[in-house]
Design a binder for this molecule. Structure first.
Ligand SMILES: Nc1nc2c(ncn2[C@@H]2O[C@H](COP(=O)(O)OP(=O)(O)O)[C@@H](O)[C@H]2O)c(=O)[nH]1
Ligand SMILES: [Mg+2]
Length: 336
């Protein structure tokens, strides 16, 4: 019996779909090819690492909620209110509406009422608005403005993004060595950094701050990238100078092989004068501020700040945080 043409086409399509499905099911697992590839299957929850604190008792108005001493933290400009709201919507939906950790917003100028209203609408949790003290934001007295202008010109020629923008340098310095000194954070231990216009896609159903505390973690990150070496040519040489003066700060279980790696991107390492340029992308970071407040980090930041590279080069808070963690912290305490 002859089969009608449409039925034959349908049968053919079904067979192709069936074969595609089988090949998907039986295909070999992805191979790990190098840095950045997953070393274990991705899960939206840590595996076999109880206790995980769930959301039953975390209502915003519960004075006995098991929240620990932590805040969501954002440095942001008034004109970024819409983008901040975008980030808040995502993070509240996927996580914070269940845990109600406070939000703390920082700005170098006072927040406008419009900004405050816009972000308050997005959360039931407590919201704090903090002005950065002038002495934490101002360009330090030892920075020579002529030298800054000349350096900015060179950074611009090298096409280093934001190179000539003085506020960007101020922001990087503040995020490196100032934010945790703000009086509003004096009694706070952990923060989760959130920037305007970032996205959170997965639901997280446990208290990540408690996770950090229970598992004795200092720093959590999501992405590890290579930096533009032209933005940090003397960061590693200055770090070496610092280490020569302060060998006591080097942690015995440090991650110096990651900091110094020259095999994966030899050119990056060469142009950065010995630093791999690998860094945790600090647009997202969850950290215990005790590390930034430690003698090792304070001494390091002070040394870098005096050296001037936050302004004469474009040292970012990400490579500064990363080198410090890689050298002065137990690598077991860095988590992703
Ligand atoms: N209040 C304030 N926030 C700033 C300033 N410059 C940058 N930021 C914030 O610092 C973070 C990083 O800045 P961004 O422009 O996103 O830099 P990028 O992430 O390196 O591209 C964002 O949260 C910005 O809102 C500034 O001059 N004032
Ligand atoms: Mg950004």
């Amino acid at each position: 019996m002859a089969v009608a043409k449409p039925a034959r086409i349908l049968a053919l399509v079904s067979i192709i779909l069936f074969i595609t499905l089988l090949s998907q099911i039986f295909r070999a697992p992805p191979q790990i090819k190098g840095p950045g590839d997953l070393e274990q299957p991705m899960s939206d929850e840590p595996m076999n690492e109880e206790p995980l604190w769930r959301a039953a008792e975390y209502a915003a108005d519960n004075p006995n909620a098991p929240r620990i001493n932590a805040t969501l933290l954002a440095l942001v400009r008034n004109e970024e209110a819409d983008d901040m709201v975008t980030s808040m919507k995502d993070l509240e939906r996927t996580w914070n509406r269940k845990f109600n950790y406070p939000w703390t917003f920082f700005n170098d100028v006072p927040f406008t009422d419009e900004f405050k209203q816009a972000v308050r609408r997005e959360t039931k949790a407590q919201v704090n608005f903090e002005l950065i003290p002038k002495e934490h934001w101002a360009v330090p007295s030892w920075i020579n403005s002529d030298l800054f202008d000349e350096s900015a010109r060179i950074l611009d020629e090298l096409a280093i993004q934001y190179g000539p923008m003085v506020s960007y340098h101020q922001m990087c310095r503040w995020n490196s060595g100032m934010f945790y000194k703000h009086p509003a954070l004096q009694h706070v231990q952990y923060y989760w950094r959130v920037e305007p216009k970032v996205h959170f896609f997965c639901d997280v159903d446990y208290d990540v701050f408690r996770y950090m505390q229970d598992h004795n973690k200092t720093y959590g990150f999501t992405i590890n990238l290579y930096d533009a070496p032209q933005s940090i040519p003397t960061l590693w040489p200055e770090t070496k100078r610092f280490l020569a003066a302060h060998p006591e700060h080097l942690h015995p279980n440090n991650a110096d092989d990651w900091v110094l790696d020259s095999k994966r991107r030899p050119e990056h390492n060469a142009k950065a004068n010995g630093y791999s340029t690998c860094h945790f992308w600090s647009n997202f970071e969850i950290a215990d501020m005790a590390f930034w407040r430690s003698k090792a980090y304070e001494d390091y930041f002070e040394h870098l700040d005096r050296a001037g590279g936050f302004f004469y080069e474009r040292w970012g808070d990400a490579p500064v945080h990363s080198i410090a963690l890689g050298l002065f912290e137990d690598k077991e305490k860095i988590h992703w």
